[in-house]
Design a protein around this ligand. Structure first.
Ligand code: EPU
Length: 435
């Protein structure tokens, strides 16, 4: 059930659609906890991270049901209650989402229990920024063997914070906590990813007062109550870029309905530099390989508006087909090149380095993390037996298997359902030979 046989070598061609962003939808669902009336979230993809968020919210008394529109969820928080610790613990290790319930649960119930987190193993992924921020709001945190027990004996109060790194999750934590905290919060060095700005749009619809200033500064004026929202989630720019990379690597042509140019500007520049063509139209973006050689390049991942870390893995497969040496410097996660070992087993020439091979010295330099890669191409890939390591690495394996000559066996594909809706149907619609 969890294994795909992939016959590679055919260009992927056709049209598929992307829906709401996996990295926004579960957070908007958590925001619904803060409302005093039901919320409607639209454009929700059928991915397993949404199921995890639904399960957690339901355990806390939020009713989650399908709305009238396809992909619409109705979230009713009128019966919010303390969840059973053992039941919450059943979600341990399944996702990063539970940590974001801290602020909303403290506001609603005065205490919270958060299980051990999961998510992709692409680095250590600590939560120190989250905990430090929560403490500054006045939360008391007790670490227990099963997870974190939080309380707010004196309520939550606005505060001045500065993140050591513009973390997406920690910024969301601060937003979800500050909106109904007493007084004003100032957050410096905030993440400004499009998914964060969409979460701010959700919170503003609920009645929050959040101002976004230059230089990553947010000011949030706490309000007493928030209502439900009606919101259409922004499209998934990681999925869109993944299909674009699949078109490039396989020499194909994929029209990605729903892809939004404004959120993909940096990716599109890189796609064009490598030699890919694209056409932005009213309904999405069509990506294709125009024939002829692809060009190598030097690239650093970064927080927004830089080149996203989640775009790196799918693009790396396309770069195995480019002429010359491509240099990738990963500056967001210390351990996001593990997936290249499998590409090498398929015939790619990739070497990893602990040095910062880029203009920006990053947090991982001089620390023995293999966070730079040099890809030498073009190389012919051969089918192989692969086991999926993480979500984006997993999708990259599929792209590699589809690019390769011969047959590949890809195990553990269930993990891909965390972030790619109906990916098997989409692959079939694009002419992939999979079973
Ligand atoms: N970090 C800390 N301490 C913290 C929080 C983060 O050191 O308390 C570090 C992390 O270890 C990492 C860096 O800061 O090195 C950035 O982490 P961030 O908090 O921004 O990541 P996240 O919120 O855990 C989200 C996405 C990721 C995406 C990153 C960066 C979700 C559910 N996950 O993770 O998505 O890579 O932002 O854009 O939104 C994926 O979709 O496959 C994925 C991994």
């Amino acid at each position: 059930m969890d294994t795909l046989t992939v016959h590679g070598g055919n260009p992927l061609s056709g049209r598929i659609a992307v829906r709401g962003a996996k990295n926004l939808v579960p957070k908007a669902m958590v925001a619904a906890l803060l409302g005093d009336s039901p919320s409607r979230l639209r454009n929700v993809p059928a991915v397993s991270d949404v199921d995890v968020a639904s399960g957690l919210l339901e355990l806390h008394g939020v009713s989650v049901s399908a709305g009238a529109e396809d992909g619409e969820l109705v979230l009713d928080p009128s019966q919010v209650e303390q969840a059973d610790v053992a039941e919450v613990n059943a979600h341990a290790g399944s996702s990063r989402i539970p940590i974001l319930l801290c602020g909303p649960l403290l506001h609603r119930l005065g205490r919270a229990f958060i299980p051990d987190l999961g998510g992709c193993r692409i680095g250590d992924r600590p939560i120190d920024f989250h905990l430090e921020a929560l403490r500054q709001f006045g939360a008391v945190i007790e670490k227990a063997p099963d997870g974190l027990h939080l309380s707010a004996p004196h309520g939550l109060r606005g505060t001045k914070l500065s993140l050591p790194f513009p973390s997406v999750g920690a910024t969301e934590q601060v937003l979800l906590t500050a909106v109904t905290a007493q007084g004003t919060t100032e957050l410096r060095n905030a993440a400004v990813e499009p998914e964060i700005l969409d979460l701010i749009a959700v919170l503003q619809k609920m009645g929050a007062i959040i101002s976004v200033h230059t230089d990553r500064v947010f000011r949030i004026q706490g309000v007493e109550r928030l209502r439900g929202f009606v919101h259409r989630a922004l499209p998934d720019r990681i999925e869109a870029a993944s299909w674009a990379s699949a078109a490039l690597a396989t020499g194909g042509n994929i029209d990605v309905l729903g892809a939004k140019q404004g959120d993909l500007t940096t990716f599109l520049n890189v796609f064009r530099t490598v030699g890919g063509e694209f056409d932005v139209h009213d309904a999405g973006i069509r990506f294709w390989h125009p024939g002829g050689p692809l060009h190598s390049l030097a690239l650093e991942t970064d927080v927004h508006p830089g080149f996203m870390t989640d775009w790196q893995q799918p693009l790396a497969v396309a770069l195995t087909q480019a002429t010359g040496l491509s240099i990738l410097h990963e500056t967001v996660y210390e351990n996001r090149f593990g997936f290249t070992e499998a590409l090498v087993s398929m015939g790619a020439v990739i070497q990893l380095y602990p040095e910062c091979l880029g203009a920006t010295p990053c947090r991982f330099g001089q620390r023995n993390f293999l966070h730079s890669a040099v890809i030498s191409g073009p190389t012919k890939l051969q089918g192989a037996d692969l086991t999926i390591p993480d979500l984006r690495g997993g999708f990259s394996y599929l792209i590699a298997a589809l690019t390769a000559h011969g047959t590949s066996t890809v195990r553990g594909v269930d993990l891909i359902n965390r972030g790619y809706e109906n990916f098997e149907d989409k692959l079939s619609a694009l002419g992939a030979s999979i079973s």
